[in-house]
Design a protein. Structure first.
Length: 328
């Protein structure tokens, strides 16, 4: 039985808990919250027995073996490093940290303490994405990857009314690139590695966060085009375009359906049966790695997490997006 502690009491944590409860060998035993009332309400809602409001005491607790970190991006590195220092494994929400320097610190802490650190990028573990990866050779030489994740944030209306919700607060290392753009970049890196060239543009809000942006990424013989936004919606699907055919899948953030459209007009279905909560697969991967005594994921590897963060660092450098964490 793998026992989890949880940091974070937002909607994504609800999805994680649902995914964890679908696994008989996973138990949810503790939650950390900055306030007792909020932590207790969340714990009671999900049947979690222990609540902590002191992070040091939480990290040292004996009620769990691993921690799911779903706090604001700016807190990921310090929280994860503290927890790993107590000998506990960490499944950390994407993006893994604020910048590459923090990611490297986290990986170093994982290796020093002999624990598993994995970025919770759910899409790369879904059966449909794995089918895309396994059938990529069928479309011949790949010439273009196109990924778009543009979703009007419910918090944008609050921002337009003069408030500063977390989603648009650069002090928390938040914004469109970090929250949504990463979903386009991680599958790209898993499938094709790091690009040779990066050209970035972004629409910056008055808060200092980005509301939207685009990336043109160059590889030898192919390019990648990425669009992301928290201030408009998009309904375009993701594509991988090859000389013999094109792979089309419905959502870059969690591919549910995918197919190959060949040049002769034929279509090959790649869609696989899968859970309606895509987080199930990242939780299953994490638990299986620990059970097997492995300390790194093949898909969401340290190398891939570093490459993705390096891309986002470069995009932010080009577009002038600076977080307080960059200055530490």
């Amino acid at each position: 039985m793998l026992r989890f502690g949880i940091i974070g009491t937002n909607w994504i944590t609800d999805d994680f808990i649902d995914a964890a409860k679908r696994n008989d060998d996973i138990a949810l035993t503790a939650v950390f919250s900055r306030t007792e009332d909020k932590g207790r309400a969340f714990a009671d809602k999900h049947g979690i027995p222990h609540v902590y409001t002191d992070l040091e005491r939480f990290a040292s607790a004996e009620e769990f073996d691993a921690v799911y970190v779903a706090s604001p991006n700016a807190a990921h590195a310090d929280q994860a490093i503290l927890i790993m220092g107590k000998g506990k494994h960490v499944l950390c929400e994407k993006p893994l940290a604020s910048n590459t320097r923090e990611v490297r610190r986290m990986i170093e802490a994982a290796k020093e303490n002999g624990v598993l650190l994995m970025e919770a990028m759910k899409s790369t573990f879904t059966p449909t994405f794995r089918a895309v990866r396994d059938n990529l050779h069928k479309i011949g030489t790949v010439r273009r990857y196109s990924g778009s994740y543009c979703q009007y944030s419910s918090r944008y209306d609050l921002y337009k009314r003069g408030e500063l919700p977390n989603a648009f607060n650069p002090a928390l290392s938040n914004g469109a690139l970090m929250d949504l753009g990463v979903y386009c970049l991680y599958p790209l890196v898993v499938l094709f590695g790091a690009p040779e060239r990066v050209q970035a543009s972004a629409f910056k809000l008055a808060s200092g966060a980005d509301g939207a942006g685009s990336l043109l990424l160059g590889y030898e013989g192919m390019d990648a085009v990425v669009h992301y936004s928290k201030i408009v919606d998009s309904y375009s699907s993701a594509e991988i375009q090859g000389e013999n055919g094109t792979i089309v899948f419905d959502k870059i953030s969690r591919p549910d359906t995918a197919h190959i459209r060949y040049r002769d007009g034929s279509v090959e279905e790649l869609t696989q049966p899968q859970e309606d909560n895509a987080m199930y697969y990242e939780v299953r991967e994490f638990a299986d790695l620990i059970a097997a005594g492995k300390l790194e994921s093949d898909a969401n590897s340290y190398a891939n997490s570093i490459k993705v963060m390096e891309l986002m660092d470069e995009a932010r450098r080009q577009t002038g997006l600076v977080y307080p964490a960059d200055k530490e």
